[in-house]
Ligand binder design. Structure first.
Ligand code: ADP
Length: 253
């Protein structure tokens, strides 16, 4: 079967086309129109694979913008798609911690990718990728530079939980000439504490996978590991697990 999975997130739209052993993938900023981002992903995946829309058996869409893509055959929740995608890559995983642009989730999953239980924070930017994007701007860098610039030996604790107050706190700490690497480590610690507490409330069953765009950041991985007391497995395509799950569902796998 030939299937396409599209994950339209708050920050990034991701797409995967599966055709037997062949796999094509695309990531784009979602921008202001989730529908447009989804349509562009679909068009580019078809172009890259030299396939027509009618040759694709199913298009499954997930993510916060999923209702916007009306040309899809099926919409599926992100929780279900992440579980399916991680189980395909790492069947030994029993807990998934996913931190995306505007939410964070903890999912208990079976070896076959069935969701057993989950918890989610989508009410507050603290503990999400958005929090790190705002703080990176305050530090004068791109969010992708935070991980390599942290200095956890000099961690400066950030007291404000709220994103708006934390931004003012960072500006104040920089004005006091505190080491930027230590402030960054403090930001990672803040995300780790917030998401780690949610994971502990649901229960941490090993092995634990860390997914979503924020899992690219080595500093958040370090802080989260310290918080939950076990090592985290980050799949190489950690930002694509939702799209992969959707593509597998599209192929009836
Ligand atoms: P969504 O599905 O909500 O769009 P993603 O799982 O795609 O979210 O993750 C987006 C978040 O990932 C961004 O807010 C940012 O914090 C983080 N991120 C994206 N790319 C990188 C990178 N190269 N390095 C570190 N963090 C990143």
């Amino acid at each position: 079967m030939i299937g396409i999975g599209i994950d339209i997130g708050s920050v990034a739209a991701k797409g995967i086309l599966l055709n037997g052993e062949k796999e094509y993938r695309i990531l784009l900023p979602t921008g202001w129109s989730p529908r447009q981002a989804g349509e562009t992903i679909l068009k580019e995946l078809l172009e890259r694979s030299s396939l027509g829309r009618r040759e694709v058996d199913q298009v499954v869409v997930t993510g916060y913008g999923r209702v916007a893509l009306q040309s899809a055959d099926q919409t599926v929740t992100e929780i279900k798609c992440h579980a399916r995608g991680v189980a395909a890559r790492c069947p030994q995983v029993r807990t998934i911690i996913d931190i995306g642009g505007q939410d964070s989730k903890v999912i208990h999953v079976s070896a076959s990718g069935k969701v057993m239980d989950f918890a989610m924070n989508d009410k507050c930017a603290a503990g999400t990728g958005r929090f790190l994007q705002v703080m990176a701007t305050a530090m004068g860098m791109d969010v992708s530079e935070l991980g390599e610039n942290e200095n956890s030996a000099q961690t400066v604790t950030i007291n404000s939980m709220c994103t708006v107050f934390a931004e003012s706190e960072i500006i104040g700490l920089l004005a006091q000439d505190l080491p930027p690497g230590g402030i960054i480590a403090g930001l990672h610690q803040s995300v780790g504490k917030r998401v780690g507490a949610m994971a502990r409330r649901l229960g941490v069953k090993e092995q634990v996978a860390f997914t979503g765009g924020v899992a690219i950041n080595q500093g958040v991985k370090r802080a989260l590991q310290e918080e939950i007391g076990c090592s985290l497995l980050v799949p190489s395509d950690c930002q694509f697990t939702g799209a992969l799950g959707a593509a597998l569902i599209a192929c009836n796998k």
